[in-house]
Design a protein around this ligand. Structure first.
Ligand SMILES: CC(=O)N[C@@H](CCCN)C(=O)O
Ligand SMILES: NC(=O)OP(=O)(O)O
Length: 341
């Protein structure tokens, strides 16, 4: 077996099914043992957060501490210098330090770097190619973990996978997974839905994307998801009628994201998301046609906009377990990257 040391965790697709399964299995075992053992004593996890976080930040810090490692966080512009990210630019504006120096320097201090950098939502190609994350990987001389980029949130996907493994006694294959779009006052990125679909398909689930036609995810993401589904004898279904999509679901994963029109006509996209499709809030009536589906959400969630109180406070909601599982999954990931299993 090749060493995973010095590997990055940027896109789920960089890691094969066996490696992902091994991480999920290890995460389950660590959870069961409430694992706290300084096996990574002396190591340090460095994190750069260009955007806010509750779960990612605390779950990674906690995971590192449980392994005996340290954790150090910077939020560019808040107590640290502001970073220029563009190449070849004349830095005579307000940005103080180039990412190229910053990442090289941080690499000299820490043993892995986590980065959160949401989609810019100005250029679709740039976002889907994850150009900023790819640059950081080039500058870094230690492994880089994607803590939510423009294209993906692979750490969330690990926790989602662990949650579904637990919920279906290690056998989620064949279960119906519905990712449902929902309204939201803000144009949110597509990283979480992209990753949620991929992990569900790779676990062999029957994957349905439920969304208004204008909110469809990009084919550059959907095509590989479809291929994963086919490998398991399933097909990726896209359903524009929410009620039809929910029928007999075993999992409903709620999430809002901005439709691709946000790149070309943001005002129209805003109207679609907040007015035209305001009725897509996930509620008890929709959930009643499922097979007592587990309700999942990555959080943070806006109550009674994305999903009703009744669903979030109901028996099927597993979003708090899902958030807890971030910590266990990432503990396993850190151990993998540091060659500790
Ligand atoms: C509200 C918001 O900005 N949500 C972000 C973060 C979700 C989890 N990290 C999103 O939708 O991608
Ligand atoms: N789900 C998630 O990544 O949460 P945070 O944005 O709070 O880190």
């Amino acid at each position: 077996m090749t060493s995973d040391n010095n590997r990055n965790f940027i896109h789920l697709s960089d890691w094969d099914d066996d490696s992902i399964s091994a991480i999920l299995k290890k995460a389950g075992a660590l959870k069961e043992q409430d694992f706290r053992d300084p096996v990574a004593s002396g190591k340090v996890l460095g994190m750069i957060f260009f955007n806010p976080s509750l779960r990612t930040r605390i779950s990674f810090e906690t995971a590192a501490y449980h392994l005996g490692a340290g954790a150090s966080i910077i939020q560019p512009g808040q107590g640290t210098w502001t970073f220029e990210t563009r190449r070849g630019v004349i830095m005579d504006g307000s940005r103080t330090e180039h990412l190229k120096e910053a990442v090289q320097v941080i690499s000299r201090y820490v043993d892995v770097i986590g980065v959160r950098a949401f989609a810019g939502m100005k250029n679709l190609d740039e976002d889907l190619e994850d150009r900023l994350m790819q640059e950081i990987v080039q500058y870094a001389s230690v492994p880089v973990i994607n803590m939510e980029s423009a294209r993906e949130h692979p750490c969330q996907a690990l926790a989602d996978g662990l949650t579904m493994m637990e919920h279906f006694q290690d056998n989620p294959a064949g279960r119906k997974f519905v990712l449902s779009w929902a309204p939201h006052p803000k144009p949110l990125p597509m990283a979480v839905p992209n990753s949620a679909l991929e992990i569900a398909a790779r676990l062999g689930m029957q994957v349905t994307l439920a969304c208004p036609p204008e909110m469809k995810l990009d084919d550059r993401v959907l095509d590989p998801v479809g291929k994963h589904a086919e490998k398991h004898g399933n097909e990726l279904r896209i359903e524009h009628d929410q009620q039809t999509a929910f029928k007999d679901a075993d999992v409903v994963y709620g999430k809002s994201w901005a439709g691709p029109m946000v790149y070309t006509d943001p005002e129209k996209e805003q109207k679609l998301r907040t007015e035209t499709y305001a009725g897509w809030t996930i509620d008890e009536a929709l959930m009643s046609s499922t097979r007592a589906a587990a309700f999942m959400h990555c959080l943070p969630v806006r109550r009674n906009v994305v999903v009703t109180d009744g669903v979030l406070d109901g028996a099927g909601a597993v979003h708090i377990d899902q958030a807890e599982n971030r910590m266990h999954a990432q503990k396993a990931l850190l151990m993998k990257l540091w060659n500790l299993f």
